[in-house]
Design a protein around this ligand. Sequence first.
Ligand code: TYD
Length: 206
Amino acid sequence: MFVTFEGVDGSGKTTIMEALACELRAQGHKVCATREPGGSALGKSLRELLLHTETKITKRAELLLFLADRAEHVATVIKPALAAGQVVLCDRYIDSTLCYQGYGRGLELNELRFLNSVATANLFPDLTLVLDVPIEIGLKRALSRADSSNTCRFEQEALQFHAKVRQGYLEEAAISPRFRVVDASQAFSQVLASCRAHLLSHLASC
Ligand code: TYD
């Protein structure tokens, strides 16, 4: 099973995903917990470039770097883990590209859908949990956890950019059955319980 976690910066998906990975392992599942950008060996260098470079990057170059990261990640990490029967939990995937580079930066959505399918050789998640939180709350969390000298290029974007990204997730979730939207402004235990319920009900149906 391949599950992705999505949401605006500071939505809490990384912490939730780590907690669920521990629970699944404790239940005897083999779990591969990974992330984008940066889940492969090549990806570690691309992540640094994508999130922390001071060099200005055009939106198409940025897009292609995220896609290169994804292509490598799918081929060297995600597909082998799925083939070995592991549950793959991935912090960000194709929908981050649609929402950040598409809804956020304004690149054409259908072009991005096509390029995502090229990068992944058509590997789509079975389930996508969108942790939805008002952007002011998300950004406050993201900026408070980041060392102020180390905020990423996206956290520095204007509120309007993040509002478009959030809207993108909600629109995508409304048109595809693989999404579940979880209210991530609730207490951590409640967010975790909702995500766990979606994950277990999906696992049971596999
Ligand atoms: P990360 O530190 O992983 O952020 P978070 O902890 O909030 O998930 O940084 C990833 C950043 O990269 C995040 O701001 C979203 C952005 N991103 C894209 O713009 N497009 C993509 O395809 C991916 C995977 C991430």
